[in-house]
Design a protein around this ligand. Structure first.
Ligand SMILES: *[C@@H]1O[C@H](CO)[C@@H](O)[C@H](O)[C@H]1NC(C)=O
Ligand SMILES: *[C@@H]1O[C@H](CO)[C@@H](O)[C@H](O)[C@H]1NC(C)=O
Ligand SMILES: *[C@@H]1O[C@H](CO)[C@@H](O)[C@H](O)[C@H]1NC(C)=O
Ligand SMILES: *[C@@H]1O[C@H](CO)[C@@H](O)[C@H](O)[C@H]1NC(C)=O
Length: 307
């Protein structure tokens, strides 16, 4: 029997789609984080603890650059939210002031060090544009494992299972154990996926809030305008290859930076510490800390300054 060629083509296309589907399913099954989900939720009906627990101090670490409008909303909101849960906390806005591309992971490493020297025993790695709304999202000291507050089940935008970005609560000893985050991620994206692999390799389970009555629309408020706040998605040199690999070398121990200044900023009744931070980049190891457009700018600035 003759099968018309276009039907054969369709057959192969469908087979391809089917195989892709099976692959995608098995990958997502494999990546489902281990159990222990109940940790991230306040015990039923008991959103508030009766008193402040002075045995713990939370450091809220916010990697930051050029987001002052978001900060004006974030600071009062998070202070109110944490105070309602009676959580002792300090807020560190790690403001990147060097000329390199934004490096969220290195800024978190810096913020962790500051938080620990200020006495914090756990941190919340926190995006400035993601505000928790559901009062059942608990920022308490995790009872067993670390806690991914911005669960892909409730995040307004990211729904893949290995997602650990947005808001992640981690104990001091666990962050040290995985050597913090990689310092190789200049520009937007992938640093949290590499961090997920660090956690997995260290056998650290990721807990997440479950059974919330809210959904992706109203668990968080995401103050992010994709047109107005363009992401730096450029990839230059061999950035693409390197940033897809697990980085076993860099992290908390070797993050290179200088703190230029610190400022207490009050927004309404909240106070945060702005930490102006200059990251250093080894251009031999990560030449992509500047891509071409910025390189030109840098060169012309230098020429503009004269000698
Ligand atoms: C969440 O809800 C499911 C189904 O109602 C229930 O089986 C499970 O025990 C709940 N989990 C928690 C942590 O309350
Ligand atoms: C918080 O959790 C309690 C207990 O499970 C539940 O009764 C309540 O509806 C939850 N509130 C929200 C806003 O999800
Ligand atoms: C992670 O979860 C697994 C399975 O529930 C458990 O066997 C293991 O002890 C947990 N690891 C840690 C570090 O809590
Ligand atoms: C940059 O890294 C290379 C390779 O690891 C090293 O040889 C060099 O000394 C580093 N440069 C600086 C300025 O740290």
């Amino acid at each position: 029997m003759m099968v018309p060629p276009f039907i054969r083509t369709f057959k192969y296309i469908f087979m391809c789609l089917f195989v892709t589907f099976l692959l995608a399913c098995s990958i997502s099954l494999f990546l489902i984080p281990p159990s222990g989900k109940e940790d991230c939720r306040c015990p039923s009906g008991q959103t508030l603890t009766p008193t402040f627990d002075n045995s713990h101090l939370l450091g809220v670490v916010v990697p930051f650059r050029d987001r002052f409008e978001e900060l004006l909303e974030f600071a009062p909101h998070i202070v109110k939210f944490l105070t309602a849960q009676k959580i002792n906390h300090k807020i560190f806005i790690i403001n990147q002031v060097d000329q390199y591309r934004f490096n969220r992971a290195s800024l978190i490493n810096v913020g962790f060090k500051l938080a620990v020297s200020a006495g914090c025993d756990y941190i919340a790695m926190h995006d400035v544009d993601l505000l928790p709304l559901n009062t059942n999202l608990s920022y308490h000291y995790p009872t067993t494992t670390l806690c991914h507050i911005a669960s892909p089940e409730y995040h307004p935008r990211y729904h893949y299972n290995s997602f650990v970005g947005g808001i992640l609560i981690i104990k001091k000893e666990d962050f040290i154990r995985v050597n913090g985050m990689s310092n190789k991620y200049w520009g937007w994206g992938l640093e949290d996926d590499e961090f997920f692999v660090r956690l997995k390799e260290a056998g650290l389970n990721v807990s997440r809030p479950t059974n919330l009555t809210t959904g992706i629309e109203n668990t968080f408020r995401h103050i992010h305008d994709r047109v107005w706040r363009k992401r730096d998605m450029a990839k230059c040199f061999n950035q693409k290859e390197v940033t897809r690999r697990r980085d076993r070398l860099t992290g908390l121990r070797d993050v290179a930076y200088t703190i230029r200044s610190k400022h207490q900023l009050s927004v309404d009744s909240s106070t945060v510490t702005i930490v102006n931070t200059e990251l250093r980049c080894n251009r031999t190891v990560t030449p992509w800390c500047l891509c071409s457009a910025e390189k030109k700018k840098e060169t012309s600035n230098r020429q503009g300054k004269g000698r």
